[in-house]
Design a protein around this ligand. Structure first.
Ligand code: UDP
Ligand code: MG
Length: 306
């Protein structure tokens, strides 16, 4: 097998026929031996029966069906386990990642790059979401211990070697673009205009997106923990100076005690800092707990064509 395409799908019945049409055209133009693995993240609509009928007419289309909804990143992880291509391409199933870009990805790979990621030149989401994405990538850039390219999402090609590295990473909190950057190898990016979703509503809820952003930041950076320490130090310094001043006032002036406001301010401020710090530590401990449980990352219900 020359290359595999992994497409996670969750309730995408409205899109799959069009996705199939454009993807099939592209696969046929490229002409290399290919397989497409749909990972059905336990859809509740007709998604599964549609992809099942695709498989019947074209054996290149294969299916993994997860036992429940595990989320986008885990669905991709599951797909990776079953690929046999020398190169693996990840793309979304909502046509925001145009199949027509596949030849360019493969061209870079034949040039000798082991990771070809894509950079979104433009997005069609609303202003708020665009702002949120931009801030997330900026934060990742500043805080992360490895350099994760800005605006590079899941849509990418990886050589078999890189896929095997990611497969060997046992962590449960999976942030694939981070893991891909972590793996290293010879990487390059190509730009594209991200289209709007072809049909239907986004299947990644705001909560799922925020969770993913937190996974990314916390799994690939100790900065949040550090931040707690820095904030703690600054607050300690401020209260030390404040304390000196209060003692000075007490000993060398005859001002009455007028401390109520400042006491309350100090208590609430320090209280909130303590809670914040505990929250940060809790996040890491929660992740440690997840990892030590050693549960499988996903459960497969059905396999078709694999
Ligand atoms: N998806 C999935 N499981 C989920 C949510 C989404 O497999 O729990 C799939 C979805 O069908 C789509 C891709 O992941 O193919 C990206 O989802 P979406 O377009 O909703 O995300 P966004 O583009 O808003 O980040
Ligand atoms: Mg989308």
């Amino acid at each position: 097998m020359k290359y595999s395409v992994i497409i996670p799908v969750y309730n995408e019945e409205a899109i799959i026929p069009e996705l199939h049409r454009r993807l099939k055209l592209t696969l046929d133009t490229i002409g290399m031996e290919a397989e497409v693995i749909f990972v059905d993240d336990n859809s509740t609509d007709q998604t599964f029966s549609i992809i099942e009928s695709l498989h019947k007419t074209d054996q290149r289309f294969k299916i993994i069906r997860l036992a429940r909804n595990f989320g986008h990143q885990v669905a991709i992880t599951a797909g990776m386990e079953f690929t046999s291509g020398e190169a693996v391409i990840l793309m979304d199933g909502d046509l925001q990642d145009p199949p027509e870009l596949l030849p360019s990805l493969l061209a870079k790979w034949t040039e000798g790059y082991q990771v070809v990621y894509t950079i979104k030149k433009s997005r069609k989401e609303n202003v708020l979401k665009r702002f949120a994405f931009a801030s997330f990538y900026k934060m990742m850039h500043i805080f992360s211990s490895i350099s994760i390219p800005m605006e590079a999402g899941n849509f990418s090609l990886m050589d078999r070697k890189v896929v095997d590295v990611i497969r060997s990473m046992p962590e449960r909190n999976r942030y694939i673009s981070g893991m891909r950057a972590w793996a290293g190898f010879k990487q390059t990016g190509i730009e594209f205009d991200r289209e709007a979703r072809f049909a239907g509503k986004p299947k990644m809820s705001i909560k799922k997106l925020v969770d993913l952003a937190l996974d990314g930041l916390i799994s690939f950076s100790n900065a949040p923990l550090r931040l707690a320490i820095y904030v703690g130090l600054v607050v300690a310094a401020i209260s030390f100076i404040g304390g000196l001043y209060v003692i000075y006032e007490k000993l060398f002036t005859d001002k009455a005690i007028l401390g109520w406001t400042s006491t309350i301010v100090a208590i609430t401020f320090i209280g909130s800092m303590v809670l914040l710090t505990l929250g940060v530590i809790g996040e890491y401990i929660g992740r440690i707990y997840d990892e030590v449980k050693q549960r499988p990352i996903y459960v497969v219900k059905d396999k078709i064509g694999l």
